[in-house]
Write a protein that binds this ligand. Sequence first.
Ligand code: ACO
Length: 403
Amino acid sequence: SLDVSSLMKQSGMTALDQGFVNTASTKSKITFIDGANGILRYRGYPIEELAARSTFLEVAYLLIYGELPTKLEYENFAERIRRHTLIHEDLKRFFNALPTHAHPMSVLSSSVSALSTYYEDSLDVHDPEAVELNMIRLLAKIPVLAAYAHKKSIGQAFLYPDNSLEFVENFLKLNFGVLAEPYEVSPVLAKALDRLLILHADHEQNASTSTVRLVGSTEANIYASVSAGISALYGPLHGGANEAVLTMLKQIQESGEGVERFVQRVKNKEDGVRLMGFGHRVYKSYDPRAKLVKESADEVLSDLGVHDPMLEIAMELEQVALNDDYFKERRLYPNVDFYTGIIYKAMGFPTRMFTVLFAIGRLPGWLAHWNEANLDPKNKIGRPQQLYIGETERHYPEDRTYR
Ligand code: ACO
């Protein structure tokens, strides 16, 4: 890769790269992807090893601090997060102002933005202790806000975090526990969810992470930056694809049109219909995360004794697509979102919560990138150029009398 920007600046040239297909916006030490060979590593560690042997909190530590924690470092980190799980009672009332049918992603992004109003120390983005404290607060509180967004959407009371539990167990209880009733966390669910969160934890300069870095480049506080990241993730071409996949599978099932006919409609680009959960800007081979998610889908469904016809439709879709020239020529393979929804559904999450789960997973990546950029003395405000293609100069008509 060439650092040609200064050369181009001197010569007055501008490169047009719509969608940033070839333009690197930054250097980064956090995540490595080789899209041609389906390789993904966090801080050098292969995703397969982390998914098999690490935990989500350990991966969060690794992404943010650059190294695996010692036992003591891990315990301190987990304890600090536990100590910050409470949400200010006033902020809970904020949820009452929103309609019950509000999408949980909108609720999450706005509540994270509102969270900043409680922590004025977040305005000092150059105080490393304040930055660290606010990263801990976000790791602790976003899962709680996410669970409250879920509870709100089903009209149930919010629970207080149970800090005797581990991170993921606590999250499951906040979502599925009911006030004044005992709740037994399923170890199968907890392990599967932890693994899914690891798989989502970072993916270098994807749309939401680039958004977090761009907003952060203005020295906006970390809550505002993460809230913007959540908004970017919301779209169906990014994190929202996990929800869109389930909607697509349901439509195929309910319409009875069959997988072959649906794939034909995708190939004909009828009404712009796409095979959701397929294709990726970077992976031009099987997404390594999708492989691991598929394994988890089989395990979780059989452990829970769930038979879901959606899994069969998804597997048939995958087979038809992988053997079809349209998808082969364009190198379109399942991405991380193709099978996750089936697992989340088996766990009991409503479809509208799927992208929220992605956001919880991606949070450590957003924080690590925000922090990396913030600590970089060469970091500059992100300000892309454009090629103007509008009208040349024209004049406001002198005889114009109406407005
Ligand atoms: N279904 C059908 N055709 C597709 C799909 C798809 N899912 N994805 C790409 N194509 C086709 C395009 O129509 C285009 O074909 P053409 O050359 O005949 O016009 C070609 O493949 C290239 O597609 P682009 O849109 O240029 O690829 P890009 O890299 O810009 O887009 C994206 C990547 C947005 C992920 C795309 O593959 C897509 O829309 N996928 C479905 C949504 C999805 O699953 N998103 C999640 C991505 S992973 C993540 O964010 C976690």
